[in-house]
Structure formats: C-alpha cells, structure tokens
Design a protein. Structure first.
Length: 355
C-alpha cells in the first residue's frame, strides 16, 4: 500500500466528469492535497450536467466546459480557491458536444460535437464571456458507405495559427483558417482549407502539436499514433503511423488521449479496454515516433490524462479515480502508480492555477 501522504504531489486540478444518469460526478470537482494533509481530497467546485471536457482561459480566472448530455457550452468563473460559478449564458452547441478549445489569445472557442459532427466557433469578449456562435462547414466523407456518420471530436492549433479538428466518424483531419471580426468574411469564424483522409476505419480522436509543426493524432479504432507533416505551402500529409501500444491492440480496446511533454521529447497515449498508458519517443526533430514503454494505467477506462512537471495524472472514468504516476527524469517513462485520488466518473483534467 502506497503512503499517499508522502508519495503524492501537492497538486491543484479541476476535474470534469459524467453526472447522473451516465456517471457519478457532481459536476466540476477541485482536486488537491494541501501541504501536510493526510491524503488528497476532491470537493465539488460547481454542479453542472456532465462537463466532460474543459479548457482554461489563457489570462482570466475562467474555464469553459462542454456539458455533453445537454449539448451546450458554459463559461465558469473562479470565485474561491476551490469554487466556480457560471458566468454568462449556457450556449447551445450540438448533440454530445465532447471537446472545447480556447484560443491562446482568448478571442474565441471551438467546440466539436460527436453526435452530429458539428464544428462550432464562439467569439469571446474582453471579459471572456461568450457573445456569438457560428457553425463551420460540414465534413465530407471520403469513404462513403452505409452507417457512416460525421463525428467531430477534438481541436488543436498549428504554430502558424491554423486550427485543426478531427472527425472520428469520417476518418479525416480538417484544417481551418480563422477569420477575425471585421474581415471580408466576418461572421463565418472558420474557413475550411483542407480535409486530410487518414484511412477508413481509423477513427482519429485526439491530437497534439509538436513545436516543429508536426501533428500527432491518436486513432480510437485502429489504436495508432499517426504523424502528420506539411509541405512548404502548408498542405498537411501523413508522414508515418505506428501502433499506439507495444503489446498491440485487443479487440475491446479504444484509444483515448494523446499528449506531448513540456520538452517535446515524449508522447503519452492512453488506451481504454486493456487500460494502458504508453510512452513514445519523439525523434528526427518531431518527424518520427517510436514506442518505448507500456504500463497499466492504474484503473479502468482511462479517458484523459495530464502531465504537470514530473507527474502524470490519468482520469480513470469507470473506476472513479485519478491515478498518479511519477515520471523518470531521464527516460520520461512513468512508474507504477504512486497513488490515486477518488473522484466520480472523471473525464477531463486541467491545472487549477493560483488565483
């Protein structure tokens, strides 16, 4: 048994999760272990309906959450160390809104919807409040067939300011140009510039961007890590793909999250089903990935994970806990879990910055 009072770091996290009837989360929770405390604690920060994914405003004490069951997006303001309150209206999104991205300059949000494939653009005012909503162009299926449905799933930002979104149902990566207010096409928000097919049945889910501009996409169905590059004109193409785990995928597996460490040298992938956390080494200045290790994720159904310094936190949705790993400073490989934090149906973790 791990002595959590000494093994776990002093931490401050916001945790979103699935509420009744699909889960046991209260809404958004504040996770933390204060200095000298006997064990980590989870307290309800705000009651909300299935805040399954969150993102923080870059400068203000605000976070944004998609309320997946309601199909909406809501801004929350921090009012105490571990407390939030809604600010502004709860804006409509789409069925099973599953991801929210905040522009690094705090100008807009992008929300993606699993239910109908919608990609939505929301402008923010100077106070971080949502003030408008526009729908981006619908996806085109490059592999038409029976029972295929567009399912937009995640958003990321290229170094040159373009937006990327995944479509898990149509197996494509989509590239967008942001049109600011006052431009010739004002009001459109996002202008589609490319759709990149990744292979029928792959299921591109989440993605992360290396400082070199290479993009790493994890595929939910084929359980792969795909490396995307771009030519001198900014056109994206597939540069390589490898299995996301050393042991290989099982029939009940589905990949979940992919992240890049702060140094840009390691990529971490979580796989639900066999419940693994994989480590990949970044090579050739971002152009190549190589698997270097797998460990058990410390719980059941690892939906999301977050690295902070020498620690990595895994949100295990079905075992109602966040597992904590220490990372080897030289190899970047995670240990076995050093402890866990009980919390209902966790689905997303973001840092809780000092007020």
């Amino acid at each position: 048994m791990v002595d959590q009072s000494t093994a776990l770091p002093v931490l401050s996290l916001w945790c979103g999760g699935y509420t009744s009837p699909t889960g046991t989360a209260p809404g958004i929770s504040a996770l933390g272990r204060a200095p000298g405390a006997a064990e980590p604690a989870s307290v309800t920060a705000v009651v909300a309906g299935s805040p399954s994914f969150m993102a923080a405003h870059p400068t203000l004490s605000l976070i944004y959450a998609v309320l997946e069951v309601d199909g909406t997006v809501q801004a929350f303001r921090r009012v105490a160390e571990t407390a939030l309150e809604p600010i502004g209206a709860e804006w409509p999104a789409g069925p099973a809104a599953c991801h929210v991205f905040v522009d690094p300059e705090g100008r807009f949000l992008v929300v993606t919807c699993w239910g109908d494939g919608a990609v939505l653009f929301y402008e923010l005012d100077a106070d971080g409040v949502i003030v408008s909503r526009q729908s981006a162009a619908a996806a085109t299926d490059p592999y038409p067939g029976a029972d295929r449905q567009s399912r937009a799933h995640a958003t990321a930002l290229l170094p040159d300011g373009r937006i990327l979104t995944t479509d898990l149902g149509f197996d494509i990566l989509r590239v967008w140009r942001v049109e600011p207010t006052g431009s010739a096409t004002a009001g459109t928000g996002l202008i589609l510039t490319q759709e990149l097919p990744l292979g029928a049945g792959t299921g591109p889910r989440h993605l992360t961007v290396h400082p070199s501009g290479h993009v790493y996409v994890v595929t939910e169905y084929s359980i792969e890590a795909i490396v995307i590059g771009q030519d001198s004109d900014g056109i994206l193409d597939v540069r390589g793909r490898i299995p996301a785990t050393i042991a290989g995928a099982q029939s009940t597996d589905s990949a979940a999250e992919i992240s890049l460490n702060e140094a840009g040298t390691r990529v971490y992938v979580t796989v639900r089903g066999s419940n693994r956390l994989s480590t990949l080494e970044v090579q050739n200045e971002g152009a190549r990935l190589e698997l270097i290790g797998d460990v058990d994720c410390g719980g059941n159904w690892p939906r999301h994970h977050l690295q902070l310094g020498e620690w990595l936190f895994v949100a295990n949705q079905l075992s109602n806990e966040v597992s904590v790993f220490s990372l080897d400073p030289s190899s970047g490989l995670p240990s076995s879990p050093v402890g866990s934090i009980p919390v209902g149906s966790p689905s997303c973790l973001i840092p809780r910055r000092p007020q």
